[in-house]
Design a protein around this ligand. Structure first.
Ligand code: C2E
Ligand code: MG
Ligand code: MG
Ligand code: MG
Length: 292
């Protein structure tokens, strides 16, 4: 294998690079097939608020691989981004998420929200808006229950255009909200934050898991204060123990997502947890769910 590089220099692939290329091609092929064969499924991780219990949940994609079992997004989302597969994959995630949300809204859980991760490449797709619309309309979802999570990177490249597109969607679907995911890890300037049409900030889990260190405590406290002064909502992710809970609540962050409360779970498991939270209210939320 010979790879041509800029101008007239040549480089040779080492066997190692060769294996990597083969592995990627294999993974890419598998991922395309997975979309057609419905091997992608959603897990859901509840978001908890002290006093209210579960207030919402995040949809997290999983690949049910025929040979390898459950594959986590860390092993395929980057490749999906690089190859553009994220566009059909993300559309499928939106459809499945809206299906679940619609079920909840029709079974006594219309107060819960569902958040869905949107990758930069997916947001850049000119058909992004129409895919959001298609998913909401197909399942007749009340948009007030849907939140779209995006990382800071989406905004930094072209904040004006991103804001226009988000505002258009918000006008078209009143109540639809936007969230900045993994906040604090990008090159966030605090002045741009006040200008973006986002509603919720999710503090990155590295700061929460590092709360035993003084500098992380300062960062978390600072982010919460900033978010509050801008009248935005704040969620902490990666909440793993009672010390985390207490520190966050002391500084005014009450919505928590993390292993301390729940790990990501299947739709059936989530419905059961909700049924228990609603004190076994009739057949309730568990009835009539046939899965996606
Ligand atoms: P994220 O959006 O920041 O999601 C949170 C991740 O942290 C999830 O990993 C979740 O399982 C994990 N997590 C939550 N609480 C804890 C905790 O207390 N401790 C630890 N150690 N981990 C915790 P997951 O499901 O593996 O997803 C990883 C990333 O993959 C997500 O990070 C998101 O960036 C991406 N992703 C997942 N689903 C989708 C999707 O449908 N579309 C897109 N574009 N990206 C997705
Ligand atoms: Mg997320
Ligand atoms: Mg996150
Ligand atoms: Mg993260």
């Amino acid at each position: 294998y010979r790879a041509k590089e800029r101008g007239n220099t040549y480089r040779f692939f080492t066997p190692e690079m060769n294996r990597e290329v083969t592995r990627r091609l294999h993974l890419e092929e598998g991922l395309r097939a997975a979309i057609c064969a419905s091997q992608l499924t959603l897990y859901f991780q509840p978001i908890h608020r002290n006093g209210d219990g579960i207030v919402g949940f995040e949809a997290l994609v999983r690949w049910v691989h025929p040979g390898e079992g459950l594959v986590l997004p860390g092993d395929f989302i980057t490749l999906a981004e690089e190859t553009g597969i994220i566009v059909p994959l993300g559309a499928m995630v939106l459809l499945k998420a809206c299906h679940m949300l619609s079920h909840l809204q029709r079974h006594g859980c219309s107060n819960l929200y569902l958040s869905v991760n949107i990758s930069p490449r997916q947001f850049d797709d000119p058909f992004f808006e129409s895919k959001v619309a298609e998913a909401l309309e197909k399942y007749k979802v009340d948009p007030r229950g849907l939140k779209l999570e995006m990382t800071e990177g989406v905004f930094i490249r072209n904040p004006v255009d991103a804001s226009l597109r988000i505002n258009d969607l918000k006008t078209r679907f009143p109540g639809l909200t936007f969230m900045i995911d993994d906040f604090g890890t990008g090159f966030s300037s605090f002045s741009y934050l006040s200008k973006l049409p986002v509603d919720v900030i999710k503090i990155d889990q590295t700061f929460i898991s590092g709360l035993d260190q003084e500098h992380n405590r300062k960062i978390v406290k600072g982010i919460i204060n900033l978010v509050k002064s801008l009248d935005l909502d704040v969620v902490a992710e990666g909440v793993q123990n009672l010390e985390h809970v207490e520190y966050l609540e002391k500084h005014g962050c009450y919505q928590h997502q993390g292993y301390y409360y729940y790990k990501p779970m299947t739709a059936d498991e989530l419905l059961h947890v909700l049924w228990e939270q609603n004190h076994h209210d009739g057949e309730g939320v568990c009835s009539g769910w046939k899965g996606t």
